[in-house]
Design a binder for this molecule. Structure first.
Ligand code: ZN
Length: 414
């Protein structure tokens, strides 16, 4: 096997018309960086003149070489280039010259197709576009352009909506609030942007009426019956509990600020108040500096909630809510909320008010086994992408990147 074949194999070049010099690789300094440079020659007999289309004959003659420096995917951590001498021809029929084409690189371009594919595949990872650019020794603009040109994006079918939808929103670019929806089982989802009102009116009205009528459940309280015939909304369990845990936390902070003597204790052991009661430790006694004695978790907890009657009532309410959500007991939840209304802190009262406003939806949540979990997971990933990129200037690029990382965009096959 010739060394041409081996080097072509190493650089993953499919074009067999490229041959390599005897000293095919050298180390050179390009743009102040040491790089590996491969020296190759492209020559073959074209079928016809590129300019006039005249079939190859002795009137088309060789006319020197044109050397171009092509960026290849890096090897052993070095930037790698291919210095390719391309054969030029002169056509006596039309008096024009032309350079031979190759599959390694596009016309008038110095970045090899292999590098572009590598960039496009790299876009699937959780890495910022700028880092991809650094890795491949190209500019940031090139990365954006390559990503846009390589992927074809998912276009929703306006005549179909799944039975179950998930909703969530996040903030990006000051005013725009993107919204996501998804089926629970199939994992198909959509993304749109602009403010919430815009989405609900414009986005869903794009779908045919038949498609909108097929929606049975949605995991969000914002969606109005205006767009769907019979929606059954579910606020997420996690968010209901979060409402109460935040209220409890605020109550604790309030007590903490009033009671200077126990400030440190209330501050240090804040987690105990939010912990699941069954997971509290009542066996192991360890030394606690704040109390200057050995204590277990349950003892500390009782000490804290006995400091204030409102805090105690709020804590008990929180435990009830937690229990009701866990056991899906809606009647008990409703009863507890009514009974405890007067003795809890003002923060808890606000939480109760909020829950009462959406009490029908809360009933749905406890009655049926649907949740927003899938979407919250995707959401987290999006936030990671956003953070490692230090934000996106263009929402269009951001959305496309999300599609790529979620495998919702396909690489175009040429
Ligand atoms: Zn010609």
């Amino acid at each position: 096997m010739s060394h041409h074949h081996s080097i072509r194999n190493l650089l993953n070049i499919k074009d067999k018309n490229i041959t390599f010099d005897e000293n095919f690789c050298s180390t050179e300094t390009i743009k102040k960086v040491k790089a590996k440079v491969f020296h190759g020659t492209l020559t073959y007999q074209p079928k016809a003149c590129y300019a006039c289309g005249h079939v190859f004959d002795d009137q088309i003659i060789k006319h020197g070489f044109k050397t171009s420096l092509i960026k290849m995917p890096s090897i052993s951590g070095f930037h790698t280039y291919l210095k390719l001498r391309k054969q030029r021809y002169f056509c006596k029929h039309c008096h024009s010259t032309f350079t031979l084409k190759t599959s390694v690189v596009a016309k008038n371009c110095c970045i090899s197709n292999n590098t572009k594919v590598s960039i496009a595949l790299n876009a699937k990872d959780k890495i910022s576009e700028k880092d991809i650019a650094m890795k491949h020794n190209v500019s940031h603009a090139t990365v954006s352009r390559v990503i846009d040109s390589f992927y074809s994006y998912y276009q929703p079918n306006v005549h179909y909506l799944p039975q179950h939808l998930c909703f969530d929103e996040f903030k990006s670019l000051l005013e725009r609030c993107p919204l996501f929806s998804s089926t629970l089982k199939r994992g198909r989802w959509w993304i749109s942007w602009r403010t919430e009102d815009y989405i609900l009116k414009e986005y869903f009205l794009r779908y045919s009426k038949k498609a909108r009528d097929s929606v049975k459940n949605d995991c969000h309280r914002y969606v109005q019956p205006l767009y769907f015939l019979n929606p059954r909304s579910f606020p997420d369990k996690f968010h209901i509990l979060q409402l109460f845990s935040r209220a409890l936390n605020k109550t604790r902070i309030n007590v903490m600020n009033r009671d200077k003597k126990n400030y440190n204790k209330l501050k240090k052991y804040w987690k105990l108040l939010l912990k699941d009661q069954t997971k509290l430790d009542y066996k192991n006694y360890t030394y606690h500096r704040c109390f200057k004695k050995h204590m277990c978790e349950v003892e500390i907890l009782h000490y804290l909630i006995d400091l204030d009657s409102e805090l105690k009532a709020s804590y008990e309410l929180y435990l009830y809510v937690r229990h009701c959500i866990k056991t899906k007991d809606f009647e008990l939840l409703k009863k507890t909320l009514e009974n405890k209304q007067n003795i809890v802190s003002s923060y808890m009262k606000t939480a109760i008010k909020t829950i009462n406003k959406y009490i029908n939806y809360v009933e749905n949540t406890l009655k049926y086994d649907y949740n927003n979990g899938i979407l919250e997971g995707i959401h987290n990933k999006i936030k990671v992408i956003k953070r490692i990129s230090f934000g996106y200037r263009s929402f269009y690029h951001f959305r496309n990147r999300i599609f790529i990382t979620q495998n919702l965009a396909k690489i175009k096959t040429a």
